[in-house]
Design a binder for this molecule. Sequence first.
Ligand code: GLA
Length: 714
Amino acid sequence: MIHLRRRRALPALLAAALCATAALTTAPGASAARVATAAPTARTATAAPTARTATAAPTAAASSESYNGLALTPPMGWNDWYQYGCNVTQADVLANAQALVSSGLAKLGYDYVNLDDCWMAPTRTTDGQLQGDPTTFPNGIPWLASQLHAIGLKLGLYESFGDTTCQGRPGSYGHYQQDADTFASWGIDYLKFDYCGVPAGTTSASLESDYEQMSQDLVATGHHIVFSEELPVAAADANPDNANYLPYVALSSTISNMWRVAQDETSDFDTTVFGHLANDLPLAQYAHPGAWNDLDMVMAGNTAYDWTVQQEETQMSIWAEMASPILDSSDLSTMSAATKQVLGNKSVIAVDQDPLGKQGLLVGQQGTVDVVAKPLADGDVAVLLANSGAASQSVSTNVAAVGLPRAAAYSVSDLWAGTTRETAGTISATVPAESAVLLRVAPAGGTAVTRYAPLTAVSVSAQVPPTSQGSEFEIAQPGETVSVPASVQNEGRAPVTRVALSVTGPSGWVSGAGISAPALPTGREASGTWQVTVPPGTAAGTYPLTATAKYRWGLGNTGSSSSQTTIVVDVPPTGSPTLDQLSWLSATNGYGPIGINKNYYGTPLSIHGTVYGHGLWVNSPATIYYYLGGNCSTFTTDLGLDDSDKGTGAVEYEFYADGNLVYDSGVVTNSTPTIHANVNVGGAKVLELYVAEGNGTNSYGNADFGSPTLTCGS
Ligand code: GLA
């Protein structure tokens, strides 16, 4: 199995730098320019208001009520931003609204249709009034509101508290009551109030009073307008260790219906979904009916992010457990059946929308798995097992730990698999890498044991040694034999009998027969170890292994459980390949996809006028890992900033062989002559290319590898 754990220090920087950018519409140079040149009006770490004093910090939510009586369950619906950015049009909005209705999603609760940035014209009217962009919304916003209301939907709009929106459109600063009145007169049902265009002289205190002011101005209109805002994002680093963060969240929970608790999402699933969960876990106390921690949008069906169904389900599970608003950002008018199933899972929606309005609480951590428990109105508990690690992991908790009272037995429903089992009290599951399991656990009488198969926990792991001591990568080579232990444990109140456990994999890989046990009472396990040989000649790839337990329960019923793990196989490079010819093990990039033989703009790589036919473009901070398998001796490459941004900015290249620093360029700017690096990588299994921000910001960190070449054995 392969561990893709990323440098945890970096995503925060990355997120802070990207927070105010339009993921779909803004090139890295442009976003960097705004961050670099627009301070203090841009949303940057340095422009964040000054630190607050400890005494000014509220310590808890002051209220357990909705400040305006709205959003008693987390708002659900659609937002255009991550799919359309500034290109969104009236036709797009209507198509998505119709899809909400025709798909049945609206009936399940998805009734907000929210326009994000860029719905407004570049200027206000002469009397200072906001107006819809006449090009993209030719019929105007009030007309759009009436169209949506006519089909049972609501319309949300976006604005920013400051002088401009994040895309440079007119902000609300100096116009709060006027804008609130405009929105009310247009029939707007929801306002998202961003943190961009920070006016000069803004302090923490003035910022807080600005958000409070808009909150009150909306109420003063007498119209029902949900208030969604981004005050906590002003703390730049959404992290409880940040002195500003908790005070902002505490205030938000008393003046708004929902507030963003993390920076904008990126297509990097792990840092986005698990990073946002980490930001939100300490904030459970602030959520209550009418006031919700907002994890940002749901990406099911988003074609720019293109997450797998399992990733989309994982995001939904986490959002539901944390009682986050569920605002999907995709083109619903072309929604696939899979997307509809993800968004339309009623059991998962019921967890999110539970009327008790509790956010899930962290009740345990096992390895890379967070165990989160959300009490529900009917006495059930929704249990989230969220695995941020790159390896699947078996987890075991119990009913007492998740807050359930004593009972003869319990039913455990897997809300994505749609299955229900009974347990005597232990709750076990194998959680695949970077994903989550969402369970609804309920106390049940003794009769549960006749209705449901016992919960049986199957676990399996492939014992591939790390590529070097402490390495995050576990890679098997063709010809290698790997030990694979597997086990099955009965957690049910009732026994399971005639148990047969087997491990299967690709044809010819697994040797050894299955094992059997006549009976397993509650809490007992059967286990064995299988030898798995990767046949010589196997191509690089990720290969699944499945352990399956079959058994009998009750009066002759059959049952089974299974669990999967994977073996990652890679083949060392040979000859003198350039890196564009190899597949990396894993990679992260500061902005957009890593460019192979081209830069972000799709034009050839070029450093100080020299054009390279082979090479890579990255935006700092970036990390790329290549598998060398001990077969390569040197790595040569030209290094320098890409000419496409006139070489503005600064980076630093660091290369690691099996975790040891083997090359450090120092800070590279446009005035650094092209570097010709020649690095000894002899014997290394894994080469890491890390491109750091050279000046503490990610302004224009657009860096090239020109003709990056490995010299390897045959
Ligand atoms: C900020 C917000 C995003 C989006 C954009 C629009 O980055 O956090 O959710 O509204 O602005 O410009």
